[in-house]
Design a protein around this ligand. Structure first.
Ligand code: NDP
Length: 330
Protein backbone atom coordinates (compact mmCIF):
# COMPACT_ATOMS: atom_id res chain seq x y z
CA UNK A 1 0.00 0.00 0.00
CA UNK A 2 1.33 3.43 -0.87
CA UNK A 3 1.94 5.74 2.07
CA UNK A 4 -0.94 8.05 2.83
CA UNK A 5 -0.37 11.81 2.99
CA UNK A 6 -0.82 13.72 6.27
CA UNK A 7 -3.01 16.40 4.70
CA UNK A 8 -5.51 16.74 1.91
CA UNK A 9 -7.67 19.11 -0.16
CA UNK A 10 -11.20 19.57 1.17
CA UNK A 11 -14.17 21.79 0.31
CA UNK A 12 -14.91 23.82 3.43
CA UNK A 13 -16.39 26.99 4.85
CA UNK A 14 -15.43 28.95 7.95
CA UNK A 15 -18.60 31.03 8.23
CA UNK A 16 -22.10 30.63 6.86
CA UNK A 17 -23.12 32.74 3.89
CA UNK A 18 -23.44 32.69 0.12
CA UNK A 19 -21.41 30.54 -2.29
CA UNK A 20 -18.46 32.94 -1.79
CA UNK A 21 -17.73 31.47 1.66
CA UNK A 22 -16.72 28.16 0.07
CA UNK A 23 -12.99 27.55 -0.14
CA UNK A 24 -10.58 24.73 -0.79
CA UNK A 25 -8.46 23.94 2.24
CA UNK A 26 -5.20 22.60 0.86
CA UNK A 27 -3.83 21.19 4.09
CA UNK A 28 -6.87 19.81 5.90
CA UNK A 29 -5.98 16.89 8.17
CA UNK A 30 -6.45 13.40 6.76
CA UNK A 31 -9.30 11.78 8.74
CA UNK A 32 -8.33 8.94 11.07
CA UNK A 33 -10.54 5.85 11.02
CA UNK A 34 -12.37 4.20 13.90
CA UNK A 35 -12.47 0.37 14.11
CA UNK A 36 -15.78 0.19 12.21
CA UNK A 37 -14.77 2.64 9.47
CA UNK A 38 -12.96 2.56 6.17
CA UNK A 39 -10.93 5.31 4.52
CA UNK A 40 -11.86 6.05 0.91
CA UNK A 41 -9.73 7.98 -1.58
CA UNK A 42 -12.55 9.72 -3.39
CA UNK A 43 -12.84 9.75 -7.17
CA UNK A 44 -16.26 11.46 -7.21
CA UNK A 45 -18.55 13.13 -4.68
CA UNK A 46 -22.21 14.01 -5.17
CA UNK A 47 -23.52 17.55 -4.83
CA UNK A 48 -26.83 17.77 -2.98
CA UNK A 49 -29.14 20.63 -2.21
CA UNK A 50 -28.46 19.99 1.47
CA UNK A 51 -24.91 21.33 0.91
CA UNK A 52 -26.46 24.77 0.41
CA UNK A 53 -28.51 24.45 3.62
CA UNK A 54 -25.34 23.86 5.67
CA UNK A 55 -23.38 26.58 3.85
CA UNK A 56 -26.25 29.07 4.17
CA UNK A 57 -27.14 28.37 7.82
CA UNK A 58 -30.52 26.65 7.27
CA UNK A 59 -29.06 23.58 9.01
CA UNK A 60 -26.43 24.00 11.76
CA UNK A 61 -22.85 23.29 10.67
CA UNK A 62 -20.29 22.51 13.35
CA UNK A 63 -17.47 22.41 14.03
CA UNK A 64 -16.05 25.07 11.73
CA UNK A 65 -14.29 24.82 9.36
CA UNK A 66 -17.03 22.54 8.06
CA UNK A 67 -16.26 20.02 5.32
CA UNK A 68 -19.21 19.47 2.98
CA UNK A 69 -20.53 16.32 1.33
CA UNK A 70 -22.89 13.42 2.01
CA UNK A 71 -21.93 10.75 -0.52
CA UNK A 72 -18.99 9.64 -2.62
CA UNK A 73 -17.25 6.96 -4.59
CA UNK A 74 -13.65 5.81 -4.69
CA UNK A 75 -11.01 3.31 -3.68
CA UNK A 76 -10.56 1.95 -0.17
CA UNK A 77 -7.09 2.85 1.15
CA UNK A 78 -7.42 1.77 4.80
CA UNK A 79 -9.69 -0.47 6.85
CA UNK A 80 -10.71 -0.30 10.52
CA UNK A 81 -9.82 -3.27 12.72
CA UNK A 82 -13.39 -4.62 12.95
CA UNK A 83 -14.28 -4.33 9.25
CA UNK A 84 -14.30 -7.75 7.62
CA UNK A 85 -16.32 -7.40 4.42
CA UNK A 86 -14.11 -4.95 2.49
CA UNK A 87 -10.43 -4.76 1.69
CA UNK A 88 -7.93 -2.15 0.58
CA UNK A 89 -8.24 -1.61 -3.17
CA UNK A 90 -12.02 -2.23 -3.40
CA UNK A 91 -13.89 0.38 -5.43
CA UNK A 92 -16.99 1.44 -3.50
CA UNK A 93 -19.76 3.99 -3.16
CA UNK A 94 -20.89 5.25 0.21
CA UNK A 95 -23.10 7.66 2.11
CA UNK A 96 -21.56 9.69 4.89
CA UNK A 97 -20.34 13.16 5.83
CA UNK A 98 -17.28 15.06 4.57
CA UNK A 99 -17.21 13.39 1.15
CA UNK A 100 -16.19 16.55 -0.75
CA UNK A 101 -12.54 16.02 0.05
CA UNK A 102 -9.75 13.81 -1.21
CA UNK A 103 -10.20 11.27 1.59
CA UNK A 104 -13.23 10.36 3.70
CA UNK A 105 -13.60 8.11 6.73
CA UNK A 106 -16.94 6.37 6.49
CA UNK A 107 -18.85 3.80 8.51
CA UNK A 108 -18.64 0.40 6.81
CA UNK A 109 -22.41 0.14 7.33
CA UNK A 110 -22.98 2.69 4.57
CA UNK A 111 -20.61 1.27 1.97
CA UNK A 112 -21.55 -0.66 -1.16
CA UNK A 113 -19.28 -2.22 -3.78
CA UNK A 114 -19.72 -0.58 -7.18
CA UNK A 115 -20.96 -3.36 -9.46
CA UNK A 116 -19.14 -4.06 -12.73
CA UNK A 117 -20.95 -2.30 -15.54
CA UNK A 118 -21.85 0.82 -13.52
CA UNK A 119 -19.87 3.71 -15.02
CA UNK A 120 -17.43 5.73 -12.86
CA UNK A 121 -19.19 8.66 -11.22
CA UNK A 122 -22.67 7.17 -11.47
CA UNK A 123 -22.74 5.64 -7.98
CA UNK A 124 -21.78 8.97 -6.39
CA UNK A 125 -24.47 10.56 -8.56
CA UNK A 126 -27.33 8.23 -7.69
CA UNK A 127 -26.84 6.86 -4.20
CA UNK A 128 -28.30 9.54 -1.95
CA UNK A 129 -30.95 10.90 -4.29
CA UNK A 130 -31.92 7.45 -5.58
CA UNK A 131 -32.31 6.02 -2.09
CA UNK A 132 -34.26 9.12 -1.10
CA UNK A 133 -36.69 8.62 -3.97
CA UNK A 134 -36.88 4.90 -3.21
CA UNK A 135 -37.68 5.34 0.49
CA UNK A 136 -40.10 8.21 -0.12
CA UNK A 137 -42.38 6.06 -2.28
CA UNK A 138 -41.88 2.88 -0.25
CA UNK A 139 -41.69 4.03 3.38
CA UNK A 140 -43.03 7.58 3.60
CA UNK A 141 -46.06 6.90 1.42
CA UNK A 142 -46.26 3.51 -0.25
CA UNK A 143 -47.37 4.29 -3.78
CA UNK A 144 -49.66 1.72 -5.32
CA UNK A 145 -50.46 0.83 -8.91
CA UNK A 146 -52.88 3.39 -10.37
CA UNK A 147 -52.28 6.09 -7.72
CA UNK A 148 -52.42 9.76 -8.68
CA UNK A 149 -49.44 11.61 -7.23
CA UNK A 150 -47.72 14.99 -7.50
CA UNK A 151 -43.94 15.55 -7.65
CA UNK A 152 -42.60 19.08 -7.21
CA UNK A 153 -39.27 20.17 -8.77
CA UNK A 154 -39.60 17.07 -10.90
CA UNK A 155 -36.60 17.79 -13.15
CA UNK A 156 -34.18 18.06 -10.22
CA UNK A 157 -31.91 15.33 -8.91
CA UNK A 158 -34.43 13.64 -6.63
CA UNK A 159 -37.32 14.68 -8.89
CA UNK A 160 -36.20 12.84 -12.02
CA UNK A 161 -35.49 9.68 -10.04
CA UNK A 162 -38.89 9.94 -8.35
CA UNK A 163 -40.60 10.17 -11.73
CA UNK A 164 -38.81 7.05 -12.96
CA UNK A 165 -39.50 5.00 -9.83
CA UNK A 166 -43.14 6.09 -9.75
CA UNK A 167 -43.52 4.92 -13.34
CA UNK A 168 -41.80 1.64 -12.41
CA UNK A 169 -44.24 0.92 -9.57
CA UNK A 170 -47.20 1.70 -11.83
CA UNK A 171 -48.49 5.01 -10.46
CA UNK A 172 -51.36 5.99 -12.74
CA UNK A 173 -51.16 9.77 -12.86
CA UNK A 174 -47.77 11.33 -12.17
CA UNK A 175 -48.08 15.11 -12.16
CA UNK A 176 -44.78 16.98 -12.34
CA UNK A 177 -44.12 20.62 -11.54
CA UNK A 178 -41.05 22.57 -12.64
CA UNK A 179 -40.15 26.13 -13.59
CA UNK A 180 -39.54 25.79 -17.34
CA UNK A 181 -40.99 24.04 -20.36
CA UNK A 182 -37.71 22.19 -20.98
CA UNK A 183 -37.67 20.87 -17.41
CA UNK A 184 -41.24 19.64 -17.78
CA UNK A 185 -40.41 17.86 -21.01
CA UNK A 186 -37.54 16.12 -19.25
CA UNK A 187 -39.80 15.08 -16.36
CA UNK A 188 -42.29 13.68 -18.86
CA UNK A 189 -39.52 11.74 -20.62
CA UNK A 190 -38.69 10.26 -17.22
CA UNK A 191 -42.21 9.11 -16.41
CA UNK A 192 -44.43 12.07 -15.57
CA UNK A 193 -47.81 11.87 -17.27
CA UNK A 194 -48.60 15.58 -16.85
CA UNK A 195 -46.49 18.71 -16.43
CA UNK A 196 -47.30 22.04 -14.82
CA UNK A 197 -45.09 25.12 -14.87
CA UNK A 198 -45.69 26.20 -11.27
CA UNK A 199 -43.78 29.43 -11.83
CA UNK A 200 -46.44 30.64 -14.27
CA UNK A 201 -49.60 28.53 -13.99
CA UNK A 202 -52.15 28.19 -11.17
CA UNK A 203 -50.81 24.74 -10.31
CA UNK A 204 -53.42 24.06 -7.62
CA UNK A 205 -56.24 24.57 -10.13
CA UNK A 206 -54.41 22.49 -12.74
CA UNK A 207 -53.88 19.52 -10.38
CA UNK A 208 -57.58 19.56 -9.50
CA UNK A 209 -58.45 19.73 -13.18
CA UNK A 210 -56.13 16.85 -14.15
CA UNK A 211 -57.51 14.64 -11.37
CA UNK A 212 -61.14 15.45 -12.16
CA UNK A 213 -61.50 17.27 -8.84
CA UNK A 214 -60.37 14.22 -6.80
CA UNK A 215 -56.88 15.47 -5.94
CA UNK A 216 -53.76 13.34 -5.47
CA UNK A 217 -53.19 10.68 -2.83
CA UNK A 218 -49.59 11.83 -2.23
CA UNK A 219 -47.48 14.92 -2.81
CA UNK A 220 -43.68 14.56 -2.83
CA UNK A 221 -42.42 18.03 -2.01
CA UNK A 222 -38.75 19.05 -1.72
CA UNK A 223 -39.60 22.70 -2.39
CA UNK A 224 -41.05 23.44 1.05
CA UNK A 225 -42.31 26.88 1.98
CA UNK A 226 -43.74 28.08 -1.33
CA UNK A 227 -45.79 24.96 -2.11
CA UNK A 228 -46.94 23.77 1.32
CA UNK A 229 -50.33 25.51 1.42
CA UNK A 230 -51.17 24.45 -2.12
CA UNK A 231 -50.22 20.87 -1.29
CA UNK A 232 -52.89 20.69 1.42
CA UNK A 233 -55.42 21.91 -1.14
CA UNK A 234 -54.60 19.40 -3.87
CA UNK A 235 -54.50 16.33 -1.63
CA UNK A 236 -57.36 13.86 -1.78
CA UNK A 237 -59.09 12.61 1.37
CA UNK A 238 -56.61 10.54 3.48
CA UNK A 239 -53.73 11.77 1.32
CA UNK A 240 -50.09 12.20 2.41
CA UNK A 241 -48.00 15.32 2.15
CA UNK A 242 -44.42 14.06 2.10
CA UNK A 243 -42.42 17.22 2.73
CA UNK A 244 -38.75 16.29 2.40
CA UNK A 245 -36.89 19.51 1.70
CA UNK A 246 -36.74 23.30 1.74
CA UNK A 247 -35.44 24.54 -1.62
CA UNK A 248 -37.71 27.60 -1.39
CA UNK A 249 -37.38 28.01 2.39
CA UNK A 250 -38.40 26.13 5.53
CA UNK A 251 -42.12 25.40 5.99
CA UNK A 252 -43.34 27.68 8.79
CA UNK A 253 -45.22 26.22 11.79
CA UNK A 254 -48.83 25.39 10.93
CA UNK A 255 -51.98 24.52 12.81
CA UNK A 256 -52.44 20.76 13.02
CA UNK A 257 -56.19 21.30 12.80
CA UNK A 258 -55.79 22.01 9.10
CA UNK A 259 -55.33 18.28 8.52
CA UNK A 260 -58.75 17.25 9.80
CA UNK A 261 -60.75 18.61 6.85
CA UNK A 262 -59.57 15.64 4.75
CA UNK A 263 -57.86 13.39 7.35
CA UNK A 264 -54.50 14.22 5.81
CA UNK A 265 -51.08 13.03 6.92
CA UNK A 266 -47.96 15.20 6.88
CA UNK A 267 -44.54 13.57 7.00
CA UNK A 268 -41.12 15.20 7.22
CA UNK A 269 -38.73 12.31 6.56
CA UNK A 270 -34.96 12.17 6.22
CA UNK A 271 -33.20 9.38 4.37
CA UNK A 272 -30.84 8.49 7.20
CA UNK A 273 -33.76 7.67 9.49
CA UNK A 274 -35.08 5.12 6.98
CA UNK A 275 -31.71 3.46 6.43
CA UNK A 276 -30.24 3.25 9.91
CA UNK A 277 -28.72 -0.25 9.84
CA UNK A 278 -26.20 -1.99 7.59
CA UNK A 279 -28.93 -4.40 6.45
CA UNK A 280 -31.35 -1.59 5.56
CA UNK A 281 -28.72 0.34 3.62
CA UNK A 282 -27.25 -2.69 1.85
CA UNK A 283 -30.61 -4.06 0.76
CA UNK A 284 -31.80 -0.73 -0.66
CA UNK A 285 -28.46 0.27 -2.24
CA UNK A 286 -27.99 -3.15 -3.84
CA UNK A 287 -31.43 -2.94 -5.42
CA UNK A 288 -30.87 0.63 -6.59
CA UNK A 289 -27.51 -0.19 -8.22
CA UNK A 290 -29.03 -3.30 -9.84
CA UNK A 291 -31.68 -1.02 -11.37
CA UNK A 292 -28.93 1.30 -12.60
CA UNK A 293 -26.85 -1.55 -14.02
CA UNK A 294 -29.88 -3.00 -15.80
CA UNK A 295 -30.69 0.49 -17.12
CA UNK A 296 -34.09 0.48 -15.41
CA UNK A 297 -33.03 3.77 -13.84
CA UNK A 298 -31.35 6.42 -15.93
CA UNK A 299 -29.02 8.72 -14.00
CA UNK A 300 -28.93 12.13 -15.64
CA UNK A 301 -25.75 13.98 -14.73
CA UNK A 302 -26.15 17.72 -15.27
CA UNK A 303 -22.45 18.53 -15.02
CA UNK A 304 -19.23 17.26 -13.51
CA UNK A 305 -17.38 20.00 -11.60
CA UNK A 306 -13.92 20.14 -10.08
CA UNK A 307 -13.82 20.88 -6.36
CA UNK A 308 -12.40 24.29 -7.29
CA UNK A 309 -15.67 25.02 -9.14
CA UNK A 310 -17.79 24.50 -6.02
CA UNK A 311 -18.93 28.13 -5.81
CA UNK A 312 -20.29 27.82 -9.33
CA UNK A 313 -21.96 24.48 -8.52
CA UNK A 314 -23.78 26.10 -5.58
CA UNK A 315 -24.81 29.08 -7.73
CA UNK A 316 -26.08 26.72 -10.40
CA UNK A 317 -28.20 24.52 -8.15
CA UNK A 318 -29.62 27.46 -6.16
CA UNK A 319 -30.20 29.39 -9.39
CA UNK A 320 -32.60 26.68 -10.62
CA UNK A 321 -30.63 26.22 -13.83
CA UNK A 322 -29.80 22.54 -13.33
CA UNK A 323 -31.55 19.30 -14.17
CA UNK A 324 -30.59 15.96 -12.70
CA UNK A 325 -27.40 15.57 -10.70
CA UNK A 326 -24.29 17.67 -10.07
CA UNK A 327 -21.10 15.78 -9.28
CA UNK A 328 -17.56 16.72 -8.24
CA UNK A 329 -14.62 14.85 -9.72
CA UNK A 330 -11.74 14.82 -7.25
P1 NDP B 1 -32.69 19.73 -7.04
O1 NDP B 1 -31.81 19.27 -8.14
O2 NDP B 1 -34.10 19.25 -7.04
O3 NDP B 1 -32.68 21.31 -7.00
C1 NDP B 1 -33.67 22.01 -6.32
C2 NDP B 1 -34.82 22.41 -7.22
O4 NDP B 1 -35.82 23.01 -6.41
C3 NDP B 1 -34.47 23.45 -8.26
O5 NDP B 1 -33.92 22.91 -9.42
C4 NDP B 1 -35.82 24.10 -8.51
O6 NDP B 1 -36.51 23.44 -9.58
C5 NDP B 1 -36.60 23.83 -7.21
N1 NDP B 1 -36.95 25.08 -6.51
C6 NDP B 1 -38.20 25.51 -6.23
N2 NDP B 1 -38.17 26.68 -5.60
C7 NDP B 1 -36.87 27.04 -5.51
C8 NDP B 1 -36.21 28.17 -4.97
N3 NDP B 1 -36.88 29.20 -4.41
N4 NDP B 1 -34.87 28.21 -5.04
C9 NDP B 1 -34.17 27.20 -5.58
N5 NDP B 1 -34.75 26.10 -6.11
C10 NDP B 1 -36.09 26.02 -6.07
O7 NDP B 1 -32.00 19.34 -5.65
P2 NDP B 1 -31.87 17.90 -4.97
O8 NDP B 1 -32.37 16.85 -5.87
O9 NDP B 1 -30.51 17.79 -4.41
O10 NDP B 1 -32.85 18.02 -3.73
C11 NDP B 1 -34.24 18.21 -3.92
C12 NDP B 1 -34.88 18.41 -2.56
O11 NDP B 1 -34.84 17.18 -1.85
C13 NDP B 1 -34.16 19.44 -1.69
O12 NDP B 1 -35.10 20.15 -0.94
C14 NDP B 1 -33.34 18.56 -0.77
O13 NDP B 1 -33.01 19.17 0.42
C15 NDP B 1 -34.29 17.41 -0.57
N6 NDP B 1 -33.66 16.17 -0.11
C16 NDP B 1 -34.09 15.65 1.06
C17 NDP B 1 -33.60 14.47 1.53
C18 NDP B 1 -34.13 13.92 2.79
O14 NDP B 1 -33.61 12.92 3.29
N7 NDP B 1 -35.16 14.51 3.38
C19 NDP B 1 -32.53 13.75 0.82
C20 NDP B 1 -32.19 14.35 -0.46
C21 NDP B 1 -32.73 15.53 -0.89
P3 NDP B 1 -37.55 24.33 -10.48
O15 NDP B 1 -36.71 25.42 -11.08
O16 NDP B 1 -38.08 23.38 -11.46
O17 NDP B 1 -38.56 24.86 -9.52
Amino acid sequence: MSRLPQTQRALQFNRVGGPEVLEIATSAPLPSIKPDQILVKNAYAGVNYIDTYFRGGVYPASPLPYTLGREGEGTIVAIGSSVTDYKVGDYVGYMGPESQAEYTAVSANYVIAVPAGVEPGVTAAVLLQGLTAFTLIRDAHEVKRGDAVLVHAAAGGVGLLLCQLLRAVGAGTIIATASTKEKLQLAEKNGATHGIDYSKEDWVARVKEITGGQGVIAVFDGVGKSTFDGDLEVLARKGSLVSFGNASGVVPPFSIGRLSAKNLKVLRPTLFMYLTTKEEFTEAATELLRFVKEKKVDVKIHKIYSLEEAQQAHKDIEGRGTTGKLVYKL
